[in-house]
Design a protein around this ligand. Structure first.
Ligand code: SF4
Length: 332
């Protein structure tokens, strides 16, 4: 968190003061209280500089609505400094789902964010501000870049946030999850990050034509090759790979395709996350029946692949996958 560090060091503070301020801010704690003990007292000129920096950071994002969900999740509607709105979702079990863009260019058919188009990328500080706001409300030990936006389209800011959250925010390397629709060049860039984040690949189909329809502006690459690249990245970096697969009745819920997916990842540390499609206003996709989902999961697991069904967190607060559109409640 360079802004805080610079404010303190440029106004006569020492490295120990800068470290304390950064630590408190990154952990969601009151920053000025970190200097209440006499032995850590700030030099006279450093305090106004620190207060000014904190005010600037506080103006990056503010919570305008909070929607608790029955599963313990909580969706936060945030207003950014320029009036743009994004959503951040507190997940059960100490997780936080962060938005990386206002809107998204990929336009996935099953996703509310995709209907917005891309407005702009978030800055690194805006990504970190989401984590601070989350940590002001609950413990956060896992950050997934799976909210609004495609992280690969804002990769420099996202990777700087990954490195900062690991170095200054005490979040473990496997607990920082970069989610992407995938592009072969992305994997090399992720590997240059310290640490390389864990990976979630939004695959949804092995059929190139079908995937092109579902994810109209994702890179048009052969899904099997994309999966192989993702598996290789995760293996090299000793991470588990998450394969995200939205289940849409009649389109992405075929047993044969599930068996092929299992055959492609068997023997690797891959988890298949089936996400029954969430209700999104104006989009008419159906979920498969509960029995069918159960049969799919059982088959893939029989083939030796760890499989989970992600009934998205905070769904009743429309904070589930594909439901983030940053619209205030009273505007439905
Ligand atoms: S699912 Fe992700 S990549 Fe696709 S439109 Fe929504 S936010 Fe963008």
């Amino acid at each position: 968190m360079q802004r805080l560090r610079d404010a303190i060091l440029d106004s006569g503070g020492k490295a120990v003061h800068a470290d304390r301020a950064v630590d408190a801010w990154m952990l969601g704690r009151p920053v000025l209280e970190a200097f209440s003990e006499p032995r850590y007292a700030l030099p006279r000129h450093a305090r106004p500089a620190l207060e000014a920096a904190l005010a600037e950071l506080g103006a990056l994002a503010r919570v305008v609505e909070e929607h608790p969900a029955e599963d313990g999740g909580r969706k936060l509607l945030l207003e950014l400094g320029d009036g743009s709105r994004v959503e951040t979702v507190l997940l059960p079990r100490d997780g936080l789902c962060v938005s990386t863009q206002v809107g998204c260019r990929v336009g996935c058919q099953f996703c509310g964010t995709g209907t917005l188009g891309l407005v702009r990328n978030l800055t690194t500080e805006e990504l970190l501000a989401q984590v601070r706001l989350g940590r002001e409300r609950q413990k956060v030990r896992r950050v997934v870049f799976m909210g609004m936006g495609e992280p690969a389209h804002n990769i420099e800011s996202v990777l700087e946030a990954v490195a900062t959250l690991h170095r200054d925010g005490r979040i473990g390397r496997e607990q920082l999850v970069f989610s992407t629709v995938g592009h072969p060049r992305v994997f090399a860039r992720l590997e240059e990050c310290t640490p390389p984040p864990a990976l979630a690949l939004s695959l949804h189909s092995l059929d190139r034509d079908r995937r092109r329809v579902l994810l109209p502006r994702a890179p048009d690459v052969e899904p099997r090759e994309l999966l192989a690249e993702a598996v290789a990245y995760a293996t090299r970096n000793r991470h588990p790979l998450q394969v995200q697969w939205t289940l849409i009745a009649g389109r992405t819920d075929g047993l044969e395709e599930a068996e092929e997916l299992a055959s492609l990842v068997r023997g690797t540390r891959t988890v298949v996350n089936y996400i029954p499609v969430n209700a999104v206003d104006g989009l008419a996709f159906q979920r498969p029946s509960g029995e069918h989902i159960h049969a799919l999961v059982a088959r893939v697991q029989d083939l030796g692949v760890l499989t989970k069904v992600r009934w998205s967190a905070a769904q009743d607060a429309t904070g589930g996958c594909g439901q983030l559109v940053a619209r205030p409640k009273d505007r439905g």
